[in-house]
Ligand binder design. Structure first.
Ligand code: ARG
Length: 580
């Protein structure tokens, strides 16, 4: 139990003493001049107990004002109670968490959660949308673990779509004599005649061709279908392309500090498709519409049109919805998770709505909770989805390069040695990128601005890193000077009290982030905590303070803020360099 929960429990018990059994909560005030917290429940209790809220508020005040944890309890207006927390309480709180910040996190009842994010497409470049999926998905994964859940992260690669047919068709064009294209090919091994650099050109070239030529498009579709149905030569070639492409994809995700337990893809769901169709057929859920196998998923209560889900096209090919439904089928069978989460662009919302409904209607899913946590787009300064200078889709690599360049320029040569500059710039750039990406509410679009994101001042990743490293260096200096600090003794200033109250509120912030599946409040919180700490830092000369009790308190407080920052940065998937 966190100290804040303990406090609320105490409050509730005191209220029970005087006959009020209903839950009473402590909320942060909007009038800090009157006390840091408020109890606003007197109105609610008044209705239940048929008494005036003012009388109830005064009864509660009289009951709690003697308690040593509370201070300045007073009633305002028609029954609001303002409260401050005593120094005794706050000192006790800090000493309880000083060696284990996790005591300041509400642990939840453990669940098993499959998290589907990343979603890179084989043989295609990752783009900015994949960046958000990786950042948000990874942060949600870390957040779920932080509050005590078991997670299984699956990258769910796009590896069975039309790009497969396009790329294989292009390679057949370039190397018609490759053995996998021979009539009597029997699956023997061969060397792929292309590199990952070639791959970057092959898909875009082929894609343009299929857009200009119906026949080529048809051919690419046929090859895709044949790969889906294990055509021996095409499948072998596609396996090899996948292997090559995954190496690249893995490097990018590593750079992004994103980790997956499963490196599976759409194609891994193929083994469940026949079983799944049997299952759906037994329940009489499928029907043929214009040659395609579809299932109705609309509901009476819908206020918008929800079209039927198409699971097999008239030419026999499977679609995005088929592999997603079959993937759910497989995940239930293998892991039986409590929840499955998806993090993709909001524009895929309807697709997931259809898939989730199909899963529930067919009872492929009975207990498992399915959650779609979509995100908004990254826009350019013109407010439109971010493009390269010549109007093309911005690849993730280009984006990372842009911001790394910006961070490199700002590195202080007096602090970072020449040989470490590049690596440091990369760590800072990632922090800049990730923090900016997690700062707005998940569904909100935002404008990409590498200059602003890399700034050392303001709500930015670099500001947080810089400040956190400065605390670390303070703690190191204390160690070098053999200054011991083990406990927190005194609250000496308003700023310190503000810091303590902010720390006390951390569990609420984490809970809200978890409930909304958005890191924005955590991102705001760490900025707030850091800013107050920096104010405190500038107000005091910590290391040279002569009052030992005071110096010890300040260092202990600094350590707690440092550890809190590290835990929260880590939850956001942000690494901290040694120095900057
Ligand atoms: N590969 C897809 C894309 O690039 C994202 C995959 C999302 N996950 C899923 N289970 N459909 O748009």
């Amino acid at each position: 139990m966190t100290k804040f929960q303990e406090l609320e429990n105490l409050l509730n018990n005191l209220c029970k003493n005087i006959g009020y059994d209903d839950k009473v909560t402590l909320s942060l005030t909007n009038r800090p001049d009157l006390g840091e917290y408020q109890i606003n429940d007197a109105m609610k209790l008044a209705k239940i107990y048929h008494k005036s809220p003012l009388i109830i508020a005064n009864e509660i005040k009289d009951e709690i004002k003697e308690n040593s944890y509370f201070e300045n309890v007073n009633v305002a207006g028609s029954g609001f109670i303002n409260i401050s927390l005593s120094n005794q309480f706050l000192i006790e709180f800090l000493n309880e968490i000083k060696d284990n910040i996790l005591k300041n996190v509400n642990m939840q009842e453990k669940k098993k959660i499959v998290i589907d994010y990343g979603g890179a497409n084989v043989a295609k470049s990752l783009h900015v949308g994949h960046l958000r999926s990786a950042n948000i998905g990874e942060a949600l994964n870390r957040l779920a673990k932080l509050v005590g859940h078991e997670t299984i992260a699956d990258v769910h690669l796009g590896d069975s779509g039309l790009q497969a047919g396009i790329v294989v068709m292009e390679i057949e064009n370039m190397f018609p004599d490759l053995i996998c294209f021979k009539k009597d090919y029997n699956g023997e091994d061969f060397k792929l005649p292309i590199t990952k650099e070639d791959l970057k050109v092959i898909y875009p070239t082929g894609s343009i061709k299929t857009k200009e030529n119906e026949n080529l498009l048809e051919k690419a579709r046929q090859i895709t279908y044949q790969i889906q149905n294990n055509h021996i030569g095409y499948s072998k070639l596609w396996d090899k392309i996948t292997e090559l492409s995954i190496k690249d994809i893995k490097e990018t995700y590593e750079k992004l500090n994103t980790n997956f337990d499963l490196w599976e893809g759409e194609r891994d769901s193929f083994k469940y498709i026949p079983e799944m169709f049997d299952f759906l057929n037994k329940k009489n859920l499928l029907y043929i519409s214009e040659g395609a196998k579809v299932m109705d998923v609309k509901e009476e209560t819908d206020d918008k049109e929800i079209p039927p889900i198409i699971l097999q096209k008239s030419d026999g090919a499977y679609l995005y919805a088929t592999t997603d439904l079959a993937t759910i089928y497989g995940r239930i069978k293998r892991f039986n998770p409590d929840e499955i989460w998806y993090t993709t662009d909001l524009r895929q919302e309807l697709h997931f709505e259809q898939v989730f409904r199909a899963a529930k209607k067919s009872q492929i899913v009975t207990e498992t909770k399915l959650g779609f946590y979509g995100f908004g787009t990254i826009n350019g300064k013109d407010g439109k989805p971010f493009k390269t200078r010549n109007g093309g889709v911005m690849s993730l690599e280009e984006l990372i390069d842009l911001i790394t360049e910006e961070c490199y320029k700002r590195i202080n040569d007096n602090i970072v040695e020449e040989e470490n500059k590049k690596e440091t710039a990369e760590i800072i750039a990632l922090a800049a990128l990730k923090y900016a990406d997690l700062l707005p509410y998940r569904e909100t679009d935002y404008i990409f601005d590498q200059t602003k994101f890399s700034d050392l001042e303001g709500k930015t990743g670099p500001y947080l890193l810089y400040s956190t490293i400065r605390i670390k260096s303070l703690l190191n200096k204390a160690k070098e000077k053999n200054i011991n600090f083990n406990k927190f003794n005194i609250i000496n200033s308003k700023t310190e009290k503000e810091l303590l109250i902010t720390l006390l509120n951390m569990p609420t912030v984490i809970d809200r982030a978890y409930d909304t599946k958005s890191l924005n409040e955590i991102a705001e919180y760490i900025y707030k905590l850091t800013s107050i700490y920096n104010k405190f830092y500038s107000e005091n000369k910590i290391l040279t303070e002569e009052n030992n009790d005071l110096r010890e308190s300040w260092l202990t407080l600094s350590k707690v803020v440092y550890n809190t920052n590290m835990i929260l940065l880590n939850t956001m998937g942000i690494n901290c360099p040694e120095k900057m």
